[in-house]
Design a protein around this ligand. Structure first.
Ligand code: BES
Ligand code: MN
Ligand code: ZN
Length: 473
């Protein structure tokens, strides 16, 4: 998709509000119910001179939100392509108090999202013409609109990267290939990527991580992605992404049906990678460091077992109740590493961590656990801007107690109650320093069975935007 600002060319698109339909042609359309300017309604009109005009309904002006705009233009772009319209000229008026920057950003974001297809492994790809969007505004808004479109492109590129990483299966995305992709993605940028292999991970004493990785013939990789672009700030935010490139459950093996999509279990790491990609592309002023302990949770004669007591980088011992609660083990070492070796002043871990979170919140809301209300409120504010949904779980000693082990310092499953919270608190208990911490469980939101908003089935790139806006502030 290509955007031009103030190039007057292509099929004319008129956005119309339901409450201000005036001209004669339109009244006729309304009376015949062909076009009532309901939100998202589209009508293609053939003029006597042979030209086309496309009407796009935006519903009632006062009720129109930025999210409505984004989703409406997402669907609109798809319909234009289906209708074989290849170039449009849209007059975007000032919309009920919304600034032209946000309007342009949301319209562009929605339209760009319509381009996502996961067809990497299809030998016959569906080809469609590239849509050219000529976005017309008053000259004094030109700059804002250009910037809004540019930011939308950066964000959507980051989200698409995340989606492609999550959607691709585990025979393609495994620790080493993931590490290579990250190096490749950030090659020509001011993002510094460090990859550590088995020997270095052993050197670091990342025993919890190593135990999860143990049964796989694929070498684990510790991926560190540093984007330091604000020398005026002493803040450095650690973004720790779960990078289990395949989760078979280990010896506590998953049933076949729930194993099929477990290539999505590196969704947290893909979110971190996509968010840093977006930040770097947009040259956002911030300091972040992404940490990914990438491995596979597999089965072999040398697999870790239920009942094992293992060590961790922090020195704390862990009783393994369930080898399928592996994500928190990899995150434990990664978060300890981020707070002991990388001087992070705040940390966020993001992970497809628990089925319990999916049961509690479904596929559209990510679950949060935190040790710091202010930090949570910042995340919440960013999520509102991003139009993504969060739910803060309670953090009481009650839940922390569930993780207590009789034989080790902690156990890797807190039992059947409050599973999303105990999993989060397990990770948080491995902070090397008492820094503000957020845990984001995206087990439900990273990969979906039912499309909504601007998402198709499969990987969403959910939380890339929220992290982006959080870092931007
Ligand atoms: N990767 C899964 C969580 C998951 C479930 C992600 C559904 C995406 C969709 C995680 O490693 C896991 O297996 N968790 C167990 C924990 C339990 C054994 C304590 C779970 O949620 O069942
Ligand atoms: Mn698991
Ligand atoms: Zn997992």
């Amino acid at each position: 998709m290509k955007f031009n600002v103030n190039v007057k060319q292509g099929v004319e698109v008129k956005v119309i509000y339901e409450d201000t339909i005036t001209c004669e042609v339109l009244s006729k359309l309304v009376s015949t119910k062909l076009f009532e300017a309901k939100l998202g309604q589209m009508y293609i009109h053939l003029l006597e001179d042979g030209n086309l005009v496309v009407y796009l309904g935006l519903g009632k002006e006062k009720e129109l939100s930025l999210k409505d705009l984004r989703v409406t233009f997402y669907n609109f772009a798809k319909k234009l392509i289906d209708s074989n319209i290849q170039e449009i000229a849209m007059d975007i008026p000032k919309i009920n108090g919304l600034c032209s920057y946000k309007t342009a950003l949301n319209i562009a974001e929605g339209m760009l999202c319509s381009e996502y297809t996961y067809d990497i492994f299809k030998t016959q790809k569906k080809v469609s013409q590239e849509l050219v969007v000529n976005y017309n505004v008053n000259p004094e808004k030109y700059q804002k609109v250009v910037e809004g479109i540019k930011e939308a492109k950066c964000i959507v590129n980051g989200m698409f990267l995340t989606r492609n990483l999550v959607n691709q299966p585990a025979n393609v995305i495994y620790p080493e290939s993931l590490a290579k992709i990250v190096q490749e993605e950030f090659k020509h940028s001011n993002v510094n990527v460090q990859i550590y292999g088995l020997e270095e991970i052993k050197e670091l004493n990342m025993h919890a991580f190593l135990n999860v990785a143990r049964a796989s013939s694929k070498e684990p990789k510790l991926i560190v992605i540093e984007y330091l672009n604000d020398s005026s700030s002493t803040e450095k935010i650690g973004l720790i992404g779960k990078g289990v490139t395949y989760d078979s459950g280990g010896l506590a093996i998953k049933p076949a049906a729930s194993m099929v999509t477990m290539y999505d279990d590196m969704g947290g790491s893909a979110t971190v990678i996509g968010a840093i990609k977006a930040l770097a592309n947009a040259n956002v002023k911030c300091n972040v460091v992404g940490v990914v302990a990438a491995c596979e949770n597999m089965i072999s004669g040398d697999a870790y077992r239920n009942g094992d007591i293992i060590e961790s980088m922090s020195g704390k011992t862990i009783e393994i109740i369930n080898t399928d609660a592996e994500g928190r083990l990899t995150l434990a070492d990664a978060i300890y590493y981020a707070t002991s070796h990388l001087e992070c002043t705040k940390v966020i871990d993001i992970a497809t961590l628990t089925g319990a979170c999916v049961s509690a919140l479904g596929e559209q809301v990510s679950g949060i656990v935190t040790n710091n209300q202010d930090f949570y409120h910042q995340l919440e504010e960013a999520s509102v801007k991003a139009q993504e949904y969060l739910h803060l779980f309670p953090n009481l000693p009650y839940y922390e107690n569930m993780n207590k082990s009789e034989v080790a310092d902690i156990k890797n499953s807190g039992g059947k109650y409050g599973g999303a919270i105990t999993a989060g608190l397990f990770v948080g208990s491995f902070l090397a320093k008492d820094v503000p911490w957020l845990h984001i469980d995206i087990a439900g939101t990273a990969y979906i069975s039912t499309p909504y908003d601007c998402n198709v089935k499969g990987a969403t790139g959910s939380m890339v935007k929220t992290l982006y806006y959080l870092m931007k502030n």
